[in-house]
Design a protein around this ligand. Structure first.
Ligand code: AMP
Length: 396
C-alpha cells in the first residue's frame, strides 16, 4: 500500500515541496521553485536520481503551483495519487495549537494573524488557496511552526510588559521551528531507547535561523524565539537578543523608522552583520582560519550566546539527559559542537572527538560514555514530520 502526501512550504518568493509515502516513509519527489515574482523564476524537480530544471517567469504562487502541476504530469509521480496536502504555516498565534484541517475559517484565521508574521502568513495562505484549486478533492492540513510550543508555561511565554498592552496585541512568546524541535525530540529519545516521558532534552536547531528549546518529558517548557523569530540565538542574518532599547535609540539618534530597524535586525545582523555579509558557516570558518579577527569574534559571540542559553535551560530542567544538535550548522559544523561542549566541560559534558568528526546523515551519540549529559546529532526532517502530522489529522 502507498499513502502519498504532498508537503508544501510556501515562502514569500519560493515554494518547497515533497511527496512522501507515509506508509514506507519514503520520498517520492522533491522540488523547489525559486524567485517567484521575478522574470527568471526557476523550478527544480527531483524523482529518484532524475533532476529536471525549468526556467519560466512566475508572477505569483498560483502560477508556481500551476507549473508544479505540469512537472508532476510530465515527470511524475501522478499528483492524483496524493491523498492529502500538508501546508507549512508559520504563525498560529493563540488560535492554532495543533495541526488543523483547512477550512475557510482557518485561512481567515491565518490571514487575521498576518500582523504577527507579515513575511510568512500571507504567502502561506496564497499557497493554500492555489493548491486547493489544483487538488480540490483531497483534504488540506495546516501544520503550524508555533504549535509545539503552545505548551509553554505562562511564566515562560509572558513578557514582563504591561499586561493590558500585551493582551490587547497578543504580545507573548510563541516560539518557532516547532515541527523540527518536536521531530528531533521524539527521534532522539527513540534512538537512545529512552521513554520520551522520562527524558529531559535541550535541542539546538542551528540553521540559517536558529532556536533552542528545553523539553521535559516531550513537553516544551521554554524556547528562544519569541513573538517573532527574531529573539534568541545569533542567526545567519538575525541579531537574536538585543536590548529592546536599541529600537528607540536608533529612532532617536539615527532617525530610523520601524521598518528600517526591523530590516537591520532581521536582514543585516547576526553572523552576516558581523562578517561583512558572510552568513554561511563554511565561509566564516575559512575567514577565521585566514586570520580574520571579526570572524573569530563573531564565532565567539555565537558560542557565548548559545552556551548561556544551554546553561539557563539546564537550570530550568534541573536534570538534562540529552543535548541535541540539528539543522545545517548543528548537523555539519563539528567545530561548533566542539566549541559548545568544551565550554560546558565544567558541568561534566565530554565529546568523543573521533565520533564528533564523522560525517553522517544518521542520528548519533557524540559524547563519551562518562559524559554527564548524552550529546547527540539528530538530523531534522521537517517534511517527514509534516507528512506524519498531516496523516494524523486525516487518518480515518
Ligand atoms: P539550514 O537553515 O538548516 O538549511 O542551514 C543552513 C546553514 O547551514 C548554512 O547557511 C550554513 O551556514 C550551514 N551549513 C551547511 N553545511 C555546512 C557545513 N558543511 N559546514 C558548516 N556549516 C554548514
Amino acid at each position: 500500500m502507498s499513502t502519498p502526501i504532498l508537503v508544501l512550504n510556501c515562502g514569500s518568493s519560493s515554494v518547497k515541496y515533497q511527496v512522501i509515502d507515509v506508509d514506507s516513509e519514503t520520498v517520492l519527489a522533491t522540488g523547489l521553485v525559486e524567485k517567484i515574482g521575478l522574470p527568471d523564476s526557476v523550478i527544480a524537480h527531483k524523482t529518484g536520481d532524475d533532476k529536471h530544471v525549468i526556467e519560466e517567469a512566475l508572477p505569483d504562487h498560483t502560477a508556481a503551483l500551476a507549473l508544479i502541476t505540469k512537472v508532476f504530469e510530465t515527470w511524475g509521480p501522478p499528483l492524483d495519487s496524493v491523498v492529502a496536502v500538508g501546508h507549512r504555516a508559520v504563525h498560529g498565534g493563540e488560535l492554532f495549537r495543533e495541526p488543523v484541517l483547512i477550512s475557510e475559517a482557518v485561512t481567515q484565521g491565518m490571514t487575521d494573524l498576518a500582523g504577527l508574521a507579515p513575511l510568512h502568513n500571507p504567502p502561506g495562505v496564497a499557497g493554500i488557496k492555489a493548491a486547493q484549486k489544483i487538488l480540490p478533492n483531497v483534504p488540506h492540513v495546516a501544520v503550524f511552526d508555533t504549535a509545539f510550543f503552545s505548551t509553554l508555561p505562562a511564566e515562560a511565554y509572558t513578557y514582563a510588559i504591561n499586561t493590558e498592552v500585551a493582551r490587547k496585541y497578543g504580545i507573548r512568546k510563541y516560539g518557532f521551528h516547532g515541527t523540527s524541535h518536536s521531530y528531533v525530540s521524539k527521534t532522539a529519545a527513540a534512538f537512545a531507547g529512552r521513554e520520551l516521558a522520562d527524558t529531559n532534552q535541550i535541542i539546538c536547531h542551528l540553521g540559517n535561523g536558529a532556536s533552542i528549546s528545553a523539553i521535559k518529558g516531550g513537553i516544551a517548557v521554554d524556547t528562544s524565539m519569541g513573538l517573532t523569530p527574531l529573539q534568541g540565538l545569533v542567526m545567519g542574518t538575525r541579531s537574536g537578543d538585543v536590548d529592546p532599547g536599541v529600537f528607540a535609540y536608533l529612532a532617536r539618534v539615527a532617525g530610523m523608522d520601524s521598518q528600517a530597524v526591523d530590516d537591520l535586525l532581521n536582514k543585516q545582523s547576526g553572523m552576516s552583520g558581523l562578517n561583512e555579509g558572510a552568513s554561511d558557516f563554511r565561509d566564516i570558518l575559512a575567514k577565521t582560519e585566514a586570520g580574520d579577527e571579526d570572524s573569530k569574534l563573531a564565532i565567539d559571540i555565537y558560542l557565548h550566546r548559545l552556551v548561556a542559553y544551554i546553561g539557563s535551560y539546564m537550570a530550568l530542567l534541573g536534570r538534562t539527559d540529552q543535548l541535541i544538535f540539528t539543522a545545517g550548522v548543528g548537523e555539519n559544523a563539528e567545530w561548533i559542537r566542539t566549541g559548545i561542549v568544551e565550554r560546558l566541560a565544567g558541568f561534566g559534558l565530554r565529546l568523543d572527538e573521533s565520533i564528533n568528526r564523522v560525517r553522517s546523515g544518521d542520528p548519533r551519540v557524540i559524547s563519551t560514555a562518562d559524559s554527564t549529559v548524552s550529546v547527540l546529532v539528530v538530523p531534522t526532517n521537517e517534511e517527514l514530520a509534516m507528512a506524519r502530522e498531516t496523516y494524523k489529522v486525516i487518518r480515518p
